[in-house]
Design a protein around this ligand. Structure first.
Ligand SMILES: NC(=O)c1ccc[n+]([C@@H]2O[C@H](COP(=O)([O-])OP(=O)(O)OC[C@H]3O[C@@H](n4cnc5c(N)ncnc54)[C@H](OP(=O)(O)O)[C@@H]3O)[C@@H](O)[C@H]2O)c1
Length: 361
């Protein structure tokens, strides 16, 4: 009977491990501007590492609304960044680039917030934008964390400056960002009210800690928000809808409330009306917010604060990544179609490698 010696086995395993990197090529999502049918799985070069970048062997990634816009040719990546889709990825540190000073080392399991490039077998990430995988979490679960949780954390605590006891109106309460924001509010001690397009999404948000929810497809949410707040209105609005909800938002916010606009799914323009008078009289603070285009320094401090204040709550089960559907990277067209159907609750995650097979890769 033939036996592999441990040495032969190790050499064989590392040969297999290196085969892909030796070829210098990897699978990645490519596209011509247009609909989901224009998405392809192409063979492209594995990224070259720049100063302070880490090469990540990707096990799972996810899709975001920004990918839909980029695919349509409406949202190019920041200058100098990868034009491959994907704002987040999780996997194993493969190697470190020049000038890395953080303590990451090959083999570490990490999550990355990316300006692009995540929908691929390998991605280069700035070392400052990596976070450790929460203990006992699978890669496909962790892939639902970086973009929407960092966004929700930023909107609530950094941009919106939420205070304990505040009432927060969260639009798209069943979305990736919305389901994260509801959990953050519950844990922090703020009241979350959600707006969503179905009773199922509202019930789900309530199961995560929302106090009440309103179906915008059935009735105007404004009178219900006022009833829920004894006529006062909410202290903070997280608004990813924009135009179509503008009138109702302005009437739903409390005097001296803060209104964070971070998406425009309901349109870029506002009806004419006495909006400025209402903003003036109520002393409303309206602030816009993005994440992808912000500086490395800003994102680094966001990642640090999130890692200290929020990440531990994943390990103890208080927070959970919400996943609607998991597909493989090859199903990228289906993933985009699903997101555009507006039927999902939480994230659409893409498996890139089989986690169970990681030792052999
Ligand atoms: N600025 C930033 O830093 C930043 C970062 C990340 C994400 N975002 C934005 O955050 C938003 C949510 O992203 P996500 O990935 O969490 O989305 P998602 O999980 O795909 O959920 C979006 C949901 O929004 C609802 N929706 C769609 N169009 C709407 C409309 N016209 N009016 C009201 N509701 C509508 C739909 O649910 P129902 O209609 O069934 O409720 C849809 O399922 C997007 O606008 C995205 O661009 C911004």
């Amino acid at each position: 009977m033939f036996h592999f010696s441990p040495v032969v086995f190790c050499v064989a395993a590392s040969f297999i491990r290196c085969a892909s990197t030796m070829s210098g090529m990897m699978k990645a999502v490519t596209f011509e501007p247009g609909g989901p049918e224009n998405l392809r799985i192409g063979s492209v070069a594995i990224p070259q590492l720049r100063e302070k970048e880490v090469l990540l062997k990707v096990y799972a990634t996810a899709i975001n609304r920004a990918d839909m816009l980029q695919r349509k040719g409406l949202y190019p990546p920041p200058t100098g960044e990868s034009d491959i889709l994907g704002l987040e990825a999780v996997g194993i540190v493969d190697r470190l680039g020049p000038g890395c000073v953080k303590s990451w080392k090959p083999g570490d399991k990490v999550m990355a917030l990316l300006p692009g490039g995540g929908n691929a077998e390998y991605v280069a990430s700035r070392e400052e934008l990596l976070m450790p995988l929460p203990s006992n979490m699978k890669f496909i679960e962790a892939a639902a964390i970086p973009e929407v949780w960092l966004t929700a954390f930023q909107l609530l605590f950094i941009v919106g400056k939420v205070k304990k006891g505040d009432t927060v109106l969260i639009h798209a309460g069943g979305s990736g960002v919305g389901t994260a924001a509801v959990q953050l509010c519950r844990q922090f001690g703020a009241r979350a009210l959600v707006v969503a397009g179905s009773q199922e999404k509202i019930d789900f948000a309530k199961s995560l800690g929302a106090e009440e929810g309103f179906n915008y497809k059935e009735a105007e949410f404004e009178p219900k928000v006022l009833a829920q707040t004894e006529g006062k209105g909410v202290d903070l609005i997280l608004d990813c809808v924009g135009g179509s909800f503008f009138d109702q938002n302005i009437n739903s916010i409390a005097t001296e409330g803060t209104w964070v606009i971070y998406g425009l799914m309901g349109g870029y323009t506002v009806n004419s009306g006495d909006h400025l008078a209402k903003i003036l009289r109520k002393r409303i603070t309206i602030v816009g917010s993005t994440l992808r285009a912000r500086s490395i320094q800003y994102k680094e401090s966001l990642v640090e604060e999130f890692s200290q204040r929020a990440l531990p709550h994943f390990s103890n089960g208080e927070f959970r990544p919400i996943i609607d559907t998991t597909l493989t990277l090859d199903s990228i067209q289906e993933a985009h179609q699903l997101m555009e159907s507006n039927k999902t609750t939480g994230k659409i995650v893409l498996q890139v490698r089989d986690e169970a097979a990681k030792e052999e890769l």
